[in-house]
Design a binder for this molecule. Structure first.
Ligand SMILES: Nc1ncnc2c1ncn2[C@@H]1O[C@H](COP(=O)(O)OP(=O)(O)OP(=O)(O)O)[C@@H](O)[C@H]1O
Ligand SMILES: [Mg+2]
Length: 330
C-alpha cells in the first residue's frame, strides 16, 4: 500500500456464471470466475491485474465498474458502497469511472463522427452548452494525439490505434477519476502498442487518474504499474509493488510467469512472451490452492483448507503456504 487515500475497494468478490443446460437438461456446475477477490487501490495509483486467459480479469473489470453485479462480496468506489441492486449508488459511482476495452470498435457508434461522439458525452456529463462542448471535444482530440480535423471523421476512417485513441478520449470526456483498461493494447500492432501505452501514462498524469490496467503482458506491467495483482483461477495469488514483485516473485505461479516472460529491456529487442495461450489444467479436487495441480513445490497440505493471502511486509501479500513459511515441516 502506498498509504494514500483509497479510491477503490473490492472485498471478497465472488462471481459465478451458470452455464446453459447440458444434454438432457442436466444442469452443469456453475463456473466460479472470481473466488473471493480482495483488492484496494489508492488515488493516483496504477495497479496492473495480470493472469493467463480465463483467470477472471475481464470479469473483475466488468464488476469493478458496475457493468455486472458480483454474486457476493462488495465494491466501494470513491467512498460509495455499491451493494448489489442499489441503483442509486451505482449511478452515482458510475459517474466517476470509465472502462476501455481491447477492441475500441465495439464502443464507438459507426454513424457518429469522432468529434460529435465526444461532444455528446461532454454535454451530458459536464452539462456543457453546445459550443463549449465542441471546443472541449476538439481539445480532447488533441490531447490524445489526434487533430482538430478528425472531429468530422467517422470511426471507420481511422486506423485501429487511432480508434483506441478516440475510445480513450471518449472515456476521458466523462471526467472519470477511476479508469479500468481491459487489455487496451492487445488488439493493436506491436509498433502501435508502445504509443498507446505512453499515451495512457501521460494522460494518467494530466487527468490525475487512478488506473486499473489489465494485461497478460508482463513487459507492459513493468512500464506502467505501481502495483501488481496476480490472478489465477479467480483468486489473487500475489500482490505487491511492481518492481519488487517482478524482480523477486514469491508465489510459484508468479515465478513461472516472470520466468516465461522475457521482460522488455530498452534496446533489448527480444520477443516478449505472453500468457494468452496458456492452458488451464483441471481444477484441484478439493478446496485449497488452485495452483496446486501445476505447482512444482506443492505438498499434501496445499490441497486441504483454503489458503488465504498473508501479508509478508513491504506491501506484499502472498497466498502460498510454502512461500510464506506457513508450511512448517511436521
Ligand atoms: N458471461 C459469461 N458466461 C459464462 N461464463 C463466463 C462469462 N464470462 C466469463 N466466463 C467464464 O469465466 C472465466 C473467466 O473469464 P474472463 O473472461 O474473466 O477471463 P480473462 O482473464 O479476462 O481471460 P482473457 O485473458 O482470455 O481475456 C472463464 O472460465 C470464462 O469462460
Ligand atoms: Mg479478458
Amino acid at each position: 500500500m502506498s498509504g494514500g487515500k483509497e479510491i477503490f475497494r473490492a472485498r471478497a468478490v465472488v462471481k459465478e456464471y451458470i452455464p446453459g443446460r447440458g444434454f438432457f437438461g442436466r444442469s452443469r456446475r456453475p463456473v466460479r470466475a472470481l473466488d473471493g477477490v480482495d483488492l484496494s487501490i489508492d488515488e493516483g495509483e496504477v495497479v496492473a491485474l495480470v493472469g493467463e486467459s480465463g483467470s477472471g480479469k475481464s470479469t473483475f473489470a466488468r464488476i469493478a465498474v458496475g457493468l455486472e453485479p458480483p454474486t457476493s462480496g462488495s465494491i466501494r468506489l470513491g467512498g460509495i458502497d455499491i451493494a448489489p441492486g442499489d441503483k442509486a449508488a451505482l449511478r452515482a459511482a458510475r459517474r466517476r469511472m470509465q472502462i476501455i476495452f481491447q477492441d475500441p470498435s465495439g464502443s464507438l457508434n459507426p454513424r457518429i463522427t469522432a468529434g460529435e461522439a465526444l461532444a455528446e458525452v461532454i454535454r451530458v456529463h459536464r452539462r456543457a452548452p453546445r459550443r463549449a462542448a465542441k471546443e472541449a471535444a476538439v481539445d480532447l482530440l488533441e490531447r490524445v494525439g489526434l487533430g482538430g480535423d478528425d472531429y468530422r471523421r467517422y470511426p471507420h476512417e481511422f486506423s485501429g490505434g487511432q480508434r483506441q485513441r478516440i475510445a480513450i478520449a471518449r472515456s476521458l470526456a466523462a471526467s472519470p477519476r477511476f479508469l479500468v483498461a481491459d487489455e487496451p493494447l492487445s488488439a493493436l500492432d506491436v509498433s502501435i502498442q508502445a504509443q498507446i501505452l505512453h499515451l495512457l501514462i501521460r494522460l494518467k498524469k494530466e487527468f490525475a487518474l487512478t488506473l486499473l490496467f489489465i494485461t497478460h503482458n508482463l513487459a507492459v506491467v513493468e512500464n506502467i504499474a505501481d502495483r501488481v495483482a496476480v490472478l489465477y483461477r479467480g483468486r489473487i495469488q500475489e500482490e505487491g509493488p511492481a518492481g519488487l514483485l517482478l524482480r523477486t516473485p514469491l508465489h510459484p505461479y508468479t515465478k513461472e510467469l516472470v520466468a516465461a516472460a522475457v521482460l522488455f529491456r530498452p534496446g533489448g529487442g527480444r520477443p516478449v512472451a505472453d500468457l494468452s495461450s496458456a492452458v488451464l489444467p483441471d481444477p484441484p479436487a478439493a478446496e485449497g490452492c488452485p495452483f496446486e495441480p501445476r505447482c512444482p513445490i506443492a505438498r499434501a497440505r496445499c490441497v486441504g483448507a483454503r489458503i488465504e493471502a498473508i501479508d509478508t511486509g513491504g506491501g506484499r501479500k502472498v497466498a502460498c503456504l510454502r512461500a510464506t513459511g506457513e508450511d512448517t515441516p511436521a
